[in-house]
Design a protein around this ligand. Structure first.
Ligand code: ARG
Length: 496
């Protein structure tokens, strides 16, 4: 009976879920045509209501967009940013820039996380099925970045030189497609440019397919690199355009008007010049002056993440431990399953699950909140084990003695067993804090600006992959070493 009812309910719900989007799109479509007349569309009115235009980009693409220290603060600059700013001005709103992986941009635009993409994106037919594109504002042919000592050989041999070799390209870009047309070569696709360049300089791959504008930037920064111009089989000239939501005819019109204006009146050329200059700005500054800020900020967030993670972890972990110790079969099972499941799956997977899962549930957590929640949920399983084994380590006789003195179970637990368990639990909890600090590095994948994330930023900004990693490893080491020393000290005092 109950089953029947609930299955009918499910059917009803499903129907509603299917019909609702249709109704909504019909509604917005009719609104669209009405609004186009008075010079607005759903997206423009949303932007104007918020008072800000959110632009998505992947800031690893100098001189289009890249991180730069401006007066000691990190800023995303480049001519894509200048263009976006001009569109924001046109709409009379503030500009907000959102940096993410290039392969995450289209999804962000389609789900309304960003209002437009200005990221040197080429309008391909597949992309045009999902989003709309403005007119093209910059063309750049595809070339290949190689190690300088091989450049003349590769240039004369042409594409056949790469047969049987590995070449790299950024994930989900037109460069990745071009790379696949190189006969006999196998393609290594990575999310961020600095990682491609580091594989190249280490000789793990032999070339990186890139647009000429980008290749020039890298070869000018890194004297060990050179650019060759192979004759690719496809005409894949990069043609940068702004990507827009499909239901935004007015936004598109306005964007095109801006592009038209700035390419004609010389503004765009000036932005390009400025971006090229900025790439080389600050060369007289020391490494620390240029990048110290990133590491500092990252360390702060890493510590904050660990503290919040451990707070959530210990509170939830205590509950889980009590579940595990419960004499009730179901509660015990829940506790056991939780611990086994969490300890048996990678934190990386859990972080993504919490990030996207909470979104699917309609909870729009920031990356930091989702990240610390993931850390907390993960840590809880380990803390639960620590607490359980702490309690188990107290001799059974203690509980029996307390009970025979007339204490209730809960009283004996609280007054006799727990105080003794704490002596084994506390040091182990300290170690857990140390591992939470290290494990937090995984959380960078969902875009939390912790130490590992900032390392990536510095790698991109400095065009150099190894040094930032080394510095980061030292910071982690100093953090964890100091904390475990302090804990050891506290432990010795407690034993006395
Ligand atoms: N033009 C290429 C494309 O559309 C690459 C763009 C990469 N942009 C970036 N910001 N990393 O696929």
């Amino acid at each position: 009976m109950l089953f029947k009812k609930s299955s009918q309910l499910m059917k009803g719900l499903l129907m509603a879920l299917l019909v609702l989007p249709m109704l909504l799109s019909a509604l917005t479509a009719s609104r669209q045509s009405a609004q186009a007349a008075d010079n607005t569309d759903p997206v423009v009115s949303r932007i104007q209501k918020k008072g800000k235009l959110t632009v998505g980009l992947s800031a690893d693409y100098a001189p289009y967009e890249f991180h730069q220290q401006v007066n000691g603060h990190d800023k995303i600059v480049g001519f894509d940013v200048s263009l976006a700013k001009a569109v924001a001005d046109e709409l009379g709103v503030k500009l907000v820039v959102q940096d993410m992986g290039f392969d995450a941009l289209l999804g962000a635009l389609k789900t309304g996380k960003v209002d437009m993409i200005a990221s040197g994106m080429t309008a391909t037919p597949e992309r045009e099925e999902q989003v709309a594109f403005s007119n093209v504002y910059l063309r750049s042919p595809q070339v290949m970045i190689v190690n300088k000592d091989k450049a003349s050989q590769y240039q004369s041999e042409g594409l056949s030189a790469f047969s049987g070799k590995k070449i790299g390209a950024q994930t989900q870009t037109t460069q990745e497609e071009v790379a696949h047309t190189v006969p006999g070569a196998s393609v290594v696709a990575l999310q961020k440019y600095p990682n491609l360049i580091s594989q190249l300089t280490q000789g793990l791959i032999q070339g990186v397919v890139a647009e000429k504008t980008i290749a020039q930037a890298y070869t000018e920064q890194n004297k060990k690199l050179a650019m060759i111009e192979p004759h690719y089989q496809t005409d894949a000239t990069g043609a940068a355009a702004v990507a827009l939501p499909k239901d935004a005819p007015v936004l598109k019109e306005k964007t095109n008007a801006v592009i038209d204006r700035v390419t004609k009146n010389g503004d765009f050329a000036a932005w390009q010049k400025k971006a090229n200059k900025q790439m080389f700005a600050g060369q007289h500054q020391s490494y620390l002056q240029k990048y110290g800020q990133y590491f500092l900020q990252g360390t702060g967030i890493t510590l904050a993440l660990a503290v919040v993670g451990v707070l959530i972890g210990t509170s939830l972990g205590t509950v889980v431990a009590l579940l595990k110790l419960s004499s009730h079969f179901l509660l015990k099972a829940i506790g056991n399953i939780y611990v086994e499941y969490v300890r048996g799956t990678p934190l990386l997977v859990q972080a993504f699950m919490v990030f996207f899962g909470t979104q699917a549930l309609g909870l729009h957590f920031s990356a930091f909140v989702a990240g610390s929640l993931a850390m907390g949920l993960n840590s809880a399983a380990y803390v639960a084990e620590i607490i359980r084994s702490g309690i188990d380590s107290v001799d059974q006789g203690q509980m029996e003695a307390a009970r025979s003195l007339g204490f209730k179970h809960s009283q004996s637990m609280r007054l006799v067993v727990l105080p003794q368990a704490v002596r084994t639990i506390l040091p182990a909890l300290g170690n857990e804090f140390v591992s939470v600090i290290k494990e937090g590095s995984v959380i960078s994948v969902i875009g939390v600006g912790e130490l590992m994330y900032e390392t990536g930023v510095v790698q991109g900004a400095s065009f150099e992959p190894f040094m930032p990693l080394f510095i980061t490893s030292m910071i982690y080491f100093i953090l964890t070493f100091t904390i475990s020393r302090l804990l050891g000290f506290a432990e010795r005092r407690m034993n006395r």
